[in-house]
Design a protein around this ligand. Structure first.
Ligand code: DQA
Length: 147
């Protein structure tokens, strides 16, 4: 199985960016860990990060066209207002699990709404990098028919 790990704006700054909220692990740490967890279960994890909305949309389309089986997606602040990303997800068959490192529901009001959640398979928030691993576990169980 092939999984796309997609991270949106400002997540390239993990480790330096508000470590009190996002922890001190870097994006590279996260991507390495996910590739390794994937390999342990014979899943290929393809990693991509962009600060640009259009590039994220292109990747979502490409995921469908290249036969990706599932997408683990942290859309960053686009979560809260990008109808274009929401429409891209709605327009592909590939399932998306939305992940947030922080517990967005404990934070500012504007973070309480996700326009992505209604078109996602599920959402995980507040568990740090573990949330991404749990999303991978969900895809693994789904693949095994254990969902
Ligand atoms: C985030 C939460 C968003 O509100 C924020 O804009 C981010 C990161 C998270 O992982 O907790 O960039 O998606």
């Amino acid at each position: 199985k092939k999984i796309l790990l997609l991270n949106g704006p400002n997540l390239n700054r993990l480790g330096k960016r508000e470590p009190g909220i996002y922890g001190d692990g870097t994006l590279e740490d996260l991507e390495k860990r996910m590739a390794q967890r994937g390999a342990e279960i014979q899943f290929e994890v393809i990693c991509f990060q962009s600060n640009h909305e259009g590039e994220l949309i292109d990747k979502l389309h490409e995921a469908e066209d290249t036969g990706i089986d599932g997408i683990i997606f942290n859309p960053g602040a686009f979560t809260h207002y990008s109808y274009a990303i929401r429409d891209a997800i709605a327009g592909i068959n590939c399932p998306v699990i939305e992940v947030h490192i922080s517990n967005v529901y404990q934070r500012e009001e504007f973070r309480h709404k996700s326009v992505i959640a209604p078109v996602s398979k599920g959402q995980i928030a507040g568990l740090g990098f573990l949330g991404y691993e749990l999303a991978l576990e969900a895809f693994k169980r789904e693949a095994k028919g254990e969902e």
